[in-house]
Design a protein around this ligand. Structure first.
Ligand code: SAH
Length: 390
């Protein structure tokens, strides 16, 4: 039985009608069905306490008969489902959002209206680091003018002294995107830091960051185990985002790491993250991963391992063809979409690689999403092929 009163309307936790143990069995079965033909599927890495795991929470603001409401958009609609607390969101983040809603009434701040583009508070985004305790609040507003700004901030900090930074982001366009292009830091440094596997990472309002840090550590550890680094390897971290995996690899055994990522903001964050951790054996390139891989293959760059973590659409034939030409001993494929993973493993296994290990990780309990890590190794025949120069 789903315990959440808005289970149906919200639609975020598709599997909440199942016991958690059954959810894991369901996910394991799904992965065996899709990927079992490639290798024996290891046991899904579950989460001990599968609640309140989301370190990033966002709420939309609006109005109904009762007054100001905050919550999530009803699935496939633009109507707001009022929510005060959610079973998978961080409790502190939820509490901050409720406080902001209450303060809005006493400060007479109107919610933003998406149709008329009038009003003030559009969304609130909260990001919290469970390891450092730092907490960032982003107030997304329709106008830059913030009536009673200082008093509002003072009142918010009084209720929640755990807040370490507050940012105002202005978004006054017709758009489904939460954040607009302009941000003003109102309090603190405008960013927070989190720690994963002994490395520190900067999180800004816009930067991509894994939303379940407890499971992310398990996911990244598994990726490191599969990469089998000994201190001698040159490693490519493809689709590297803000550089988390590459930085951990550079610190924990790679001789040299190259990270490639399409999003320029993420690359900027990745470079800052490398500096923050005093990592010098890493470089980040802003490029399309496929184009970059084709260039590496033309230059015959030596790679010992490729770690790849593409978006839901998976990788491309161009990327994989070039990766195969470069013939790294190991390819570690992290995937958030088992369907495209199945397609891409099919390609690799037809071209001289073998799936040695594969394990699902439950990154998003109560939802239907499943993350997987697969280890591909080059088979003997390709080694022979490479040696004979074919
Ligand atoms: N490995 C990172 C991010 C994974 S998300 C982490 O664990 O945090 C996938 C990333 O692929 C995103 O950052 C996205 O911007 C990037 N991406 C999407 N298409 C790409 C492409 N064609 N070339 C390079 N990177 C791409």
């Amino acid at each position: 039985m789903p315990t959440c009163p808005v289970y149906k309307k919200c639609g975020g936790c598709q599997l909440q009608n199942m016991e958690h143990a059954d959810q894991l069995r369901y996910k394991q079965g799904k992965i065996i069905g899709l990927l079992g033909k490639f290798c024996r599927v290891g046991e899904i890495v579950g989460m001990e306490d599968p609640y309140h795991y989301r370190n990033k929470v966002q709420a939309a603001f609006g109005r109904d008969r009762r007054g100001i409401i905050s919550g999530v958009y009803q699935s496939s609609s633009h109507r707001i489902v009022p929510i005060d607390s959610c079973l998978i969101e961080d409790k502190k983040a939820d509490a901050v959002i409720v406080t902001i809603r209450k303060l809005m009434a006493s400060f007479k701040l109107e919610p933003f209206n998406d149709n008329t583009l009038r009003g003030f508070m559009r969304h609130v985004l909260v990001k919290r680091s469970f390891s450092t305790g730092q907490l960032m609040v982003v107030l997304v507003t329709g106008t830059a003018v913030f009536p009673s700004k200082n008093n509002f901030i003072e009142a918010l900090l009084k209720e929640h002294p755990e807040i370490t930074t507050i940012v105002q982001n202005i978004n006054n366009k017709f758009t489904n995107l939460v954040l607009g292009s302009r941000s003003i830091v109102l309090y603190g440094e405008g960013k927070i830091e989190d720690e994963l596997l002994g490395c520190r990472f900067r999180i800004s309002p816009k930067s991509f960051y894994q939303i379940n840090p407890v499971q992310t550590e398990k996911l990244y550890s598994l990726a490191m185990e599969y990469a089998g680094l000994t201190g001698k390897e040159t490693v490519l971290d493809a689709y590297c985002g803000t550089g988390t995996i590459g930085i951990i690899a550079a610190k924990k055994g790679a001789k040299k790491v190259i990270g490639v990522e399409l999003n320029a903001d993420a690359v900027k964050d990745a470079k800052e993250n490398a500096a923050l951790n005093n990592i010098e054996n890493i470089e980040f390139i802003c490029a399309d991963a496929s184009d970059f891989m084709i260039a590496l293959a033309q230059e015959k760059v030596h790679l010992d391992a490729v770690i790849m973590d593409p978006p839901r659409a998976g990788s491309t034939v161009q990327f994989m063809r070039s990766a195969i030409k470069l013939a790294p001993d190991r390819i570690v494929y992290i995937s958030c979409n088992p369907e495209t993973l199945a397609r891409d493993l099919g390609y690799f296994t037809k071209h001289g690689y073998e799936v040695k290990k594969l394990r699902p990780v439950d990154m998003f309990p109560h939802t239907s999403h499943v993350e997987c890590v697969a280890l591909l190794v080059r088979t003997v025949s390709t080694t022979k092929l490479a040696l004979s120069g074919k």
